[in-house]
Design a protein around this ligand. Sequence first.
Ligand code: SAM
Ligand code: SF4
Ligand code: SF4
Length: 393
Amino acid sequence: MTIRPAYRTISLLDQRAGAQPARLAPSRSLGTAPGFFAAPPQGFLADTLGRPLRDLRISVTDRCNFRCSYCMPKEVFDKDYAYLPQSALLSFEEITRIARQFVAHGVQKIRLTGGEPLLRKNLDVLIAQLAALRTTDGAPLDITLTTNGSLLARKAQALKDAGLQRVTVSLDGLDDAVFKKMNDVDFPVADVLEGIAAAQAVGLGPIKVNMVVKRGTNDHEIVPMARHFQGTGVVLRFIEYMDVGATNGWRMDEVVPSAQVIERLHAALPLVALEASAPGETAQRWGYANAQGHYDPQLGEVGVISSVTQAFCADCNRARLSTEGQLYLCLFASQGHDLRSVVRGPGGDADLTNAIASIWQGRSDRYSLLRASLPPEAQASGARRVEMSYIGG
Ligand code: SAM
Ligand code: SF4
Ligand code: SF4
C-alpha cells in the first residue's frame, strides 16, 4: 500500500507564503558603519524617500462574512479556501507588543481591519490594550476601525467603552439590490445603516462611510448616497476601485476616476474644495456649499480617494501588519516581512524594535506612482500581490 504524504495545497495566487524573514540590523552600539545601524526608538523613522512612519493598520482576521466581488470573490473564497489556522494568528498580547514598538518609532494612529475585524472574538479586549499605549509625546493614540457594519449595532457600545474613538463603515449603495449584488451574501442595507446609527449614538464619530465605486455596478448610487448622508455628520468617501490582490479581475474601464465622481456630485450638490486635515491623508476633501457658494459645515463634507488616478505615495506613512504578523510596506506588495517569528523569538522587544527600524528604513515602495510605467504583466490583475482581505485596507 502506498502512503501519500499530506500535502497542503497552496494556490498559485496565495501570497501568504511569500514572507521573508525580518532582517535585523546590528545596533549602533556594536560600532557598525553609518547607514547600517538600526535606529533606536526615538519617535521618528524615515524610509529611503524620507517618509515618516505614522500609521499602522492591523488586520485581526482574514475571514469575512461578506464576499464583495472586488475583494473576496466567491469563486476564490469558497468553502474550500484555506484560511489561516488559529495557531498562525497573532495573539492580542503579541499584537500589543508589536504595536508598542511601532508607537515608540513614531506611530500615532492605529486602524484595526481585516477581513471583517468584528468577527474576531473579544476584539474589545485588544482595543483596551492598545488604548493604554501612549505616543512618544505622551498622547493617546488615535484608534479606529474599518468594518462592513454587519455586527456594529451589536458591538458599538463595547467598542466605545474599550477605548475605540472612531469607525469607518463600508457601504457601497443604498439600493438593496445593488448592495446585495456587491456584498454577494444578500446582506441588506438597513442593517448597515442601523450599525452606523448605533455607532453615532455611542459617540464613535465622526463616522466615515467608504463607498467603492465600480462603473456599471453602483456608480448610479453616488448622488443618492451623498444626499442620504449630507448634513448627518457622517463623512462619505468615494474610493476608486483598485487593482489590489490577484483575484478580483480588476479592469481599468470599471474605475470611475474621482474627478468624474466630483463632477457628478457637483452638478447635483454644489461643492467647494477643502484643505487636507492632516499630512498623509488619503482623501481629498470637498465641502457642501450653501446658497452663497461657501462651505457650510452644517451640510458637511465628502472625500474622494483616488488610489488609481492620482498616486499619493509621496506622503504614504502607512505600514500594514497581517493577521499572522507579516509586515507589508505597501498595499500592492507581493512580499511581507516576518515579524511573528521575531515576536515569538528569544530576542524580545529589542529585536522587534530593531527589525521595525531596519525594515522601514529600507522602504522604497511606491506602486501607484510607478503603476503606469510598470510592465503590463506587473499591472495586470493576477500579478503576484497580496490580497486586501489578508492585510486589510
Ligand atoms: N471588512 C471591512 C470593510 O469592508 O470595511 C474591513 C476590511 S476591507 C478590506 C477595508 C476597505 O477596503 C473597505 O472599505 C473596502 O471597501 C476596501 N476595498 C476592498 N477591496 C477594494 C478594492 N479592490 N478597491 C478599493 N477598495 C477596496
Ligand atoms: Fe469583507 Fe471588507 Fe473585503 Fe467586503 S471589503 S469582502 S466586507 S473584507
Ligand atoms: Fe502607499 Fe503603496 Fe498605496 Fe503608494 S501604492 S500610497 S506606497 S500603499
